[in-house]
Write a protein that binds this ligand. Structure first.
Ligand code: SIN
Length: 279
């Protein structure tokens, strides 16, 4: 296999068939994943079962509670946008499942149907985001924890659930409303790499623990702006056969919504993670 490090974040892996990984190849991929937080594969031909088998090299599959499931493979979440839907799923910077007490390790996204143009996904590194801050701000953040929530995104009063056509691809908003909002360290010791990573995100973080939302907002906004400066963004243009595997504790991603009137259908398998600890 060839490994080509990407400028923003991650590694593009070529000359590899994900359907028949040797033990040695699996170990190399696990090592690359732990170090870089994003693997991009091209020209793959994964069936649904291959997709699930790939995930199991990293851990147990986390069945999505809020997205519609694949009709035959309930562990595969459908991340789709139909021609009559205006919003997409993941159309803002976020990391999946930070609203869980034990946030997911990562997600493997397989392109099944793509628009003629557009529909890229962007990624940024949370290692780089932390490293790029001043020592003064780093040391302030090391003492903070933050509250995360799914309610405003997947709960009954979220904008997705308010519009019938948009809500059709989601389910069980009552589960989002019932979830206790977890508190995570703002700087985590990454469970695999042991490096410090910034762990707040615009999608699901509400505020710093012990601070109001109004007090938290200016500092959170600063961190968000800092993390997504354009030279730090890794842009992924999907093609048939592209597979992306990101670490939710080391990256954020953003699904662009620039293909109105067309269908885009991705299959996502998410892998269980563990409770996060402070750096
Ligand atoms: C997601 O946020 O998981 C969706 C990413 C994408 O559809 O590109």
């Amino acid at each position: 296999m060839q490994l080509n490090p990407l400028a923003g974040v991650g590694v593009e892996v070529t000359d590899l068939d994900l359907r028949c990984l040797s033990t040695h190849q699996t170990q190399r991929l696990q090592q690359q994943f732990a170090e870089h937080g994003l693997l991009i594969f091209r020209d793959q031909a994964l069936s649904e079962l291959d997709h699930l088998a790939l995930a199991k090299h990293w851990g147990e599959v986390n069945t999505n509670r809020f997205f519609q499931a694949h009709p035959e493979y309930p562990d595969i979440a459908l991340v789709g946008k139909e021609p009559d839907q205006v919003t997409n799923i993941g159309g803002g910077w976020h990391t999946d499942h930070s609203y869980d007490e034990e946030p997911a390790l990562g997600s493997i996204l397989v392109a099944r149907e793509l628009p003629q143009q557009g529909g890229d996904t962007w990624f940024v590194s949370m290692y780089r985001a932390f490293e790029g801050l001043s020592k003064g701000l780093q040391s302030l953040l090391l003492d903070l924890r933050a509250v995360h929530s799914a309610k405003h995104v997947f709960g009954k009063s979220s904008s997705y659930m308010q519009a019938k056509v948009e809500a059709a691809r989601l389910r069980k908003p009552e589960l989002a409303d019932a979830l206790e909002d977890p508190i995570h360290p703002v700087v985590i010791r990454h469970p695999l790499s042991k490096k410090p990573a910034l762990y707040v995100n615009p999608g699901f973080t509400l505020r710093f623990e012990g601070w109001t939302e109004a007090e938290s907002k200016p500092l959170l906004d600063y961190l968000y702006e800092h993390a997504v400066q354009s030279e730090k963004i890794q842009r992924l243009s999907w093609k048939p056969g592209t597979v992306a595997f990101w670490d939710n504790r080391a990256t954020w991603h953003y699904a662009l919504n620039d293909y109105q009137g067309e269908r885009r259908m991705m299959h996502r398998v998410t892998i269980n993670g563990s409770k996060l600890t402070a750096y």
